[in-house]
Each structure stands twice: as structure tokens, then as C-alpha cells.
Design a binder for this molecule. Structure first.
Ligand code: FES
Length: 131
């Protein structure tokens, strides 16, 4: 796995590993919404399923449904989230759907007990203040 620059500053300074929080905290919930200063459409869902973290765009590629609120099911060894709005399914690992749509997914790594997501902008568990 290629490593990012480690630069945590700036909103659009290129793709880098973004420190989120210790895994011990993030694993307490099935999904956490990661806010992006780039706007609502750039927010990310961080799922914790079966001992593994997965990151994908938080708004459904169909019409923007909140994927963090979707059901998660495993079929034939494939973990999928089902959008709560129209029930489209997305593979947590690849973002592929049973439809022609695809959800953007992001690499996640664990380092020294912390979770990092590889993303083009900063990500935060708290909303960014609008300026
Ligand atoms: S908005 Fe997600 S399936 Fe329609």
C-alpha cells in the first residue's frame, strides 16, 4: 500500500492519509460520518463491520441518500450497505453496486492504534464551520 505524504494540513492539498481517531473509539459504532470542508457531497462514511474498517462517500451515488443509515448485509462473502432511500446496494470494499452505479471508496489503514483514511481533503468527526 502506497503511503501518503502524511501532511494533515490544508483542505485540498492532494491525496494524503488523514488521521481520524483511535480505532478503539471508532469501533464502538457501526458507522461514523466524517465531515469534509470541501462540502456536503465530499463527506465520507467510515463503517466498522466484522472487525474491519471501510470508507466510502457518504451520499449515495443515486440521489444522495445517507449511506451511514443504511443496513449492512453479507451475501456470498460480500459485505454490502443498502441505501435507506431506494435500497440500492454497494459493496463496502469496492463501491460496486448491483446497478450500474458505483460509490467512491477510500483506503483505510491502522497505524499505532489509529485509523487513517486516504482522502484528498481533511476529514473530521465534527462539522467544519462555514466561513
Ligand atoms: S438515493 Fe440511494 S438508492 Fe436512491
Amino acid at each position: 500500500m502506497a503511503s501518503g505524504s502524511g501532511d494533515e494540513e490544508g483542505d485540498t492539498d492532494g491525496v494524503a492519509w488523514r488521521l481520524i481517531e483511535p480505532a478503539s473509539e471508532l469501533s464502538k459504532k457501526r458507522c461514523r460520518l466524517l465531515y469534509s470542508p470541501l462540502g456536503h457531497d465530499a463527506d465520507v462514511c467510515l463503517f466498522y463491520v466484522k472487525g474491519e474498517f471501510f470508507a466510502m462517500d457518504a451520499r449515495c451515488a443515486h440521489s444522495g441518500g445517507p449511506l451511514c443509515e443504511g443496513d449492512i448485509e453479507e451475501a456470498d462473502g460480500v459485505l454490502q450497505v443498502f441505501c435507506p432511500w431506494h435500497d440500492y446496494n454497494f459493496d463496502l470494499r469496492t463501491g460496486k453496486s448491483g446497478t450500474s452505479l458505483k460509490q467512491q471508496v477510500y483506503e483505510v489503514k491502522l497505524e499505532d492504534g489509529n485509523v487513517y483514511v486516504k482522502h484528498a481533503g481533511r476529514l473530521s468527526l465534527k462539522p467544519f464551520l462555514k466561513t
